[in-house]
Design a binder for this molecule. Structure first.
Ligand code: NDP
Length: 286
């Protein structure tokens, strides 16, 4: 068997087109969706990500404000910036690019973002709403994973889903989204015993580990949907996922590539969340 590739580029383009159409509607109602991105310091990868977000905004007709702050910015200064953006009605989404310099408490900064502008879905309020099944901003990467799984046309309800990784930004919310879609979900992590056996039971396997080639072909159930979240810089200087793509493709029915997979969907889902934040702000005014 050779798996069908879930094309992140094509799906992300479709999601961004949906966002652009919604932006058009909002503009006709007098609202220009706006995303503010705070970048502290000079981390090269963060610079690339922030540039990418600004480009995506431009593509969708969303206004973007990038606020670049010196690496020596204090936590108080950063919190004051967030408060100012929180009070600005023209700003609908606030995103703090992570990681932050070590002297800043990441959780305190994230918690300062008002939940209605938290388009990354990282605040405890949005995380809690995701847990309880209330309307919320789901984190972009797992939301993108779910959309990719749905794009295969498989019925998620009742399927065995295994998520490898339990971070707050990927693994845990991915498991919650799959649970909300009525999958039977298992979360694996570094203390899991018989991890390979558990993965072999997965109809849907989500790998968010951060280790190149961690999921080998023998860990994939024939006919599974395999979603590779990992982004790892290999010894060859290229980007690789957490899944041994060639071997897993022989077993899976559907698989995402790296690059060209989940990463592109993450960016597209941020545009969707920003537009949703602008729509909700408009509805609150009416
Ligand atoms: P974290 O490092 O926060 O979490 C990794 C998880 O993998 C942890 O839960 C850890 O378990 C688990 N893990 C690590 N080693 C093992 C092991 N040997 N066996 C079993 N489990 C293990 O990473 P993130 O969740 O932030 O990211 C995961 C990957 O996804 C990274 O490659 C990252 O670059 C990528 N990523 C991609 C995005 C995209 O847009 N495509 C967005 C965000 C991340 P434990 O909790 O026990 O330590």
């Amino acid at each position: 068997m050779s798996a069908a590739i879930i094309d992140g580029k094509k799906l992300a383009a479709a999601v961004k087109a949906e966002a652009a159409a919604e932006v058009q509607q909002l503009k006709e109602q007098g609202v220009v969706p706006c995303l503010a991105v705070l970048l502290v310091g000079e981390d090269p990868a963060s610079q690339v990500y922030v540039r990418g977000k600004a480009n995506d905004c431009a593509e969708c007709g969303i206004e973007s404000r990038v606020i670049r702050l010196d690496a020596a910015t204090t936590q108080e200064e950063l919190l004051a910036r967030i408060d100012a953006l929180a009070a600005d009605d023209a700003v609908h989404g606030i995103l703090v690019q992570l990681p932050l310099p070590a002297h800043i408490d990441e959780s305190a900064v994230i918690a300062a973002i008002p939940p209605e502008k938290d388009v990354d879905g990282f605040t405890p309020v949005n995380a809690g709403r995701l847990l309880t099944g209330e309307p919320c901003f789901a984190p972009c990467t797992p939301a993108g994973c779910l959309r990719m799984i749905q794009s295969t046309g498989i019925d998620i309800a009742g399927k065995r889903a295994v998520v490898v990784g339990r971070s707050n930004i990927v693994g845990k919310p991915a498991a919650l989204l799959l649970l909300a879609a009525n999958a039977t979900v298992t979360i694996c992590h570094s203390r899991t015993r018989n991890l390979a056996d558990i993965c072999r039971e997965a109809d849907i396997l989500v790998a968010a580990v951060g280790r190149q080639g961690f999921i080998t072909g023998d860990m994939v159930k024939p006919g599974a949907v395999v979603i590779d979240v990992g982004i790892n810089r290999g010894a060859d200087g290229k980007l690789h996922g957490d899944v041994d793509f060639a071997a897993a493709s022989e077993k899976a029915a559907f698989i995402t590539p790296v690059p060209g997979g989940v990463g592109l969907m993450t960016r597209a889902m941020l545009m969707k969340n920003t537009v949703a934040a602008a729509r909700a702000a408009l509805e609150r005014q009416q």
